[in-house]
Structures are given as structure tokens and as C-alpha cells.
Design a protein around this ligand. Sequence first.
Ligand code: ADP
Length: 162
Amino acid sequence: MKIAICPGSFDPVTKGHLDVIKRASKLFDKVIVVVMQNVRKKDSNSFTVEERLDFIKRCTCDIGNVETDSYVGLLADYAREKNAAAIVKGLRAVSDFEDEFQQSLTNMRLNPDVETVFITAKSEYMFLSSSVVKQVAGYGGEVDDFIPAQIIDEVNKRLNHK
Ligand code: ADP
């Protein structure tokens, strides 16, 4: 069974993330979406890990081969624990590339058994990130085009400070 992991902060999950997860689910037998609890980014998160996991679960419940999880530690170790064949990352633009390339080479060194696979972002989601959602929602802007319908009310309630 070919297992892929889709790691990220997902603070919150966006339509761009979801598109990558869906496309990965067609390529692999099982996809584990894992909320990485990045110690460095911890204080800047708007949603708890439990909330982020709940959002992802609600938006992926119609995809049979997707599971969710969270992890504190090295992605290379997590991949080994799960016996994953691939780490799937979405690539939006050249700006993502350098950092992703560095992470991919590091993971290759730490765990040579896992390949990093890049999925090109859909053109309509090229600009989209969780930070964009937070900025727009924070000022009362409409985020319906950016995040899945299942989570809009909760995201607005938390982020709209107007
Ligand atoms: P963000 O950059 O939005 O904070 P994460 O750290 O949660 O996102 O990213 C998890 C993964 O999803 C990364 O591989 C990232 O490149 C990818 N990703 C994020 N937004 C998009 C998007 N709009 N389209 C495709 N991939 C994306």
C-alpha cells in the first residue's frame, strides 16, 4: 500500500490545500494529512491543533482514503513511523520553491526512503495561503472563495475583529 503524507500548518485549511489533498488521494492508496505542530510558529496560530484537525476532517470526510493526524517532531521521522512512500507538497510559485527544495533535500538526507512529490497549485489558488484568509477575514472581507463552506462560519467568528 502506497502511503503519502500531506504536512502543513493548515491554520486554517484552504481550498488550495484541499485541492492538493484531493489530487494526492488519486495518486496514492492512502493520504495522511498531518498538522505539524511547529514550535517556532506556535504563537502565531489562530486555531488550536484540535480545531485545525476538526476542520480538515469535515472537509475531507467525502474522500475515502484520507486520514488526519498531528505530530510534533521531524517530518522525516513521522514518514518513517507511517512507512510513507511520499511527502506531498503543493507548489504555488517560485517563492515556495527555494524553501521546499531545502526541506526536500534535508528530508532526503534524514530519511532516504521517502520521496518528496510536488503538486502544482491550480492557477485559481496560486495566491491563496492561510495568511491571506486571516488577513481578509480579519477585516471583515468575504472568504467564501478561499475556504471550504463547511468551516466559513467558525473561521469568520474567530477572525473577524471588525
Ligand atoms: P500556508 O503556506 O498556507 O501557511 P501550510 O504551511 O499549511 O500553508 O502549507 C501546507 C502545504 O500546502 C505546503 O506544501 C504548501 O505549499 C501547500 N499549499 C498551501 N497553500 C496552497 C495553495 N493555495 N495551493 C497549493 N498548495 C498550497
